[in-house]
Design a protein around this ligand. Structure first.
Ligand code: DOR
Length: 440
């Protein structure tokens, strides 16, 4: 048998653990797992490497259309492939917002043949489209509905309680929610405006702002027996609440940023670069989130890749925009958590692969087994990576981790049997396809 790609002598994640094995790929599928060696068009020496199911970043902002000086679908997905991410779910706070059939279909056509990894797009919920969402959610390529309960980058906002309840009650697609209470944000904005200092960012957008919104949306999910995915949990209070309140309908996302950075240190070192919504908070929140990472309250890690140029970031706070890039570094940051003993590899794969597949009902993705689509992330656990601004493919060209070294290295990204990235080089034209979903 001649394979298209053959990976030899790797540690392959099969049936819940790493097993020494060879892996053959033909016509985009995994067709051999075993100890025989075979010929292939392309061979990968897998010695010492971990072959993992393709990792997924379920929260990115790629800025196309409208803000492509920050990022576009090509540069964003190139950064994803370089970082070992094989699929992205992209947010609707573009310009215009992706909240109508026309804007959604335009994004799908912009993505065609321009994405290096597979992709899904969210449709944004607005006051105007509440009653149309039950149709919009079924547009081909739509991974779910995004609700901004508090305003952030862009104009998307759903701050009316009745609108929020209607969206939850009337739709069936996965819903990802940005939980910050708009009224409280408006009431407290003077704190940021008066201080003009980014150190007040977590004071303006305080943990109560996040908690009010999280508690509200969790209550509605229970009332309507409706799954809701709570994005970027940032505070101890939300974690303590979710530890009690979480049930089968509630899933929780956290970000690598909140598990690596804390205030005031990050703002003192990096100024407005780590400014984001919700904010990076003090060390007690960081510790609570790390506990939740270990004990399972957190289901998913997303990057919330939110590129802004350094010129924009250099504006005086609070004119400086919120958000950090992260799609290229998420795998490395989480791999470091595995190699440092904070979490197991199995847990990392749940956070970055199996839970996103389950929550968003992604078809044709899953554990490594014969017959499965050959979409894989290969990492070298014995190597290290120093993250550098100049190695970032994002148009914004920086990372909050510039100069820092993390354990492990992403070595290869394989999508549908094609080696898209190897050793830091993109080897293929964009071959990413829209993800498909098991939703009725
Ligand atoms: O900090 C953030 N930046 N939070 C968001 O919710 C949006 C994001 C962006 O798109 O810039």
């Amino acid at each position: 048998m001649n394979y298209d790609v053959f990976i030899s002598e790797a540690e392959v994640f099969i049936n819940g653990s790493l097993q020494k094995s060879n892996l053959g790929i033909k016509d985009g599928l995994i067709t051999y797992i075993g100890d025989q060696l075979y010929e292939a068009e392309q061979k990968i020496n897998g010695q010492g490497q971990w072959v993992l199911p393709g990792l997924i970043d379920s929260q990115v902002h790629f800025r196309e259309p409208g803000l492509i000086h920050k990022e576009d679908l090509m540069t964003g997905t190139k950064a994803a492939a370089l970082g070992g991410i094989t699929a992205i779910l992209e947010m609707p706070n573009t310009k215009p917002s992706t909240s109508t059939k026309v804007s959604f279909e335009e994004k799908m056509s912009l993505a065609k043949n321009r994405c290096y990894v597979d992709y899904g797009f969210f449709i944004g919920a607005t006051h105007e489209n509440v009653n149309e969402l039950k149709n919009l959610q079924n547009l081909p390529g739509c991974c779910g509905i995004k609700i901004f309960m508090g305003s952030s980058t862009g104009s998307l906002l759903l701050d009316d309680d009745q609108d929020l309840e209607n969206v939850i009650a009337q739709t069936s697609a996965p819903i990802s929610v940005h939980c910050e209470d708009e009224r409280r944000l408006l009431d407290r904005k003077h704190l940021a405006e008066n201080s003009k200092n980014v150190l007040s960012h977590p004071e303006w957008r305080d943990e109560e702002s996040a908690f009010i919104a999280t508690a509200k949306v969790v209550g509605l999910a229970k009332k309507y027996n409706r799954p809701v995915h709570v994005l970027h949990i940032s505070s101890k209070k939300e974690i303590e609440f979710l530890e009690q309140a979480k049930d089968h309908n509630i899933t929780v996302e956290c970000l690598p940023q909140f598990l690596t950075l804390y205030a005031p240190d990050c703002y003192e070192k990096l100024g407005t670069r780590p400014q984001m919504n919700p904010p990076v908070r003090s060390v007690e929140h960081y510790q609570a989130l790390l506990r939740a990472l270990k004990n399972g309250v957190i289901d998913v890690i997303g990057s919330d890749h939110a590129p802004h140029t350094l010129e924009e970031k250099a504006k005086e706070y609070p004119q400086s925009p919120s958000g950090m890039p992260g799609v290229q570094t998420i795998v490395n940051l989480m791999l470091d958590k595995v190699l440092s003993g904070t979490i197991t590899l199995e847990r990392m794969l749940s956070l970055l692969c199996f839970k996103p597949i389950e929550i968003f009902k992604i078809k044709n993705r899953g554990p490594i087994q014969k017959g499965q689509v050959a979409t894989l992330t290969i990492v070298d656990p014995n190597s290290k990576t120093t993250l550098m601004d100049q190695d970032m493919a994002t148009k914004c060209g920086w990372t909050p981790y510039h100069g820092q070294t993390f354990k492990g290295k992403v070595s290869t990204t394989i999508i549908s049997g094609q080696i898209v990235m190897q050793n830091g080089k993109i080897l293929k034209n964009p071959i990413g396809q829209p993800l498909i979903y098991n939703r009725s």
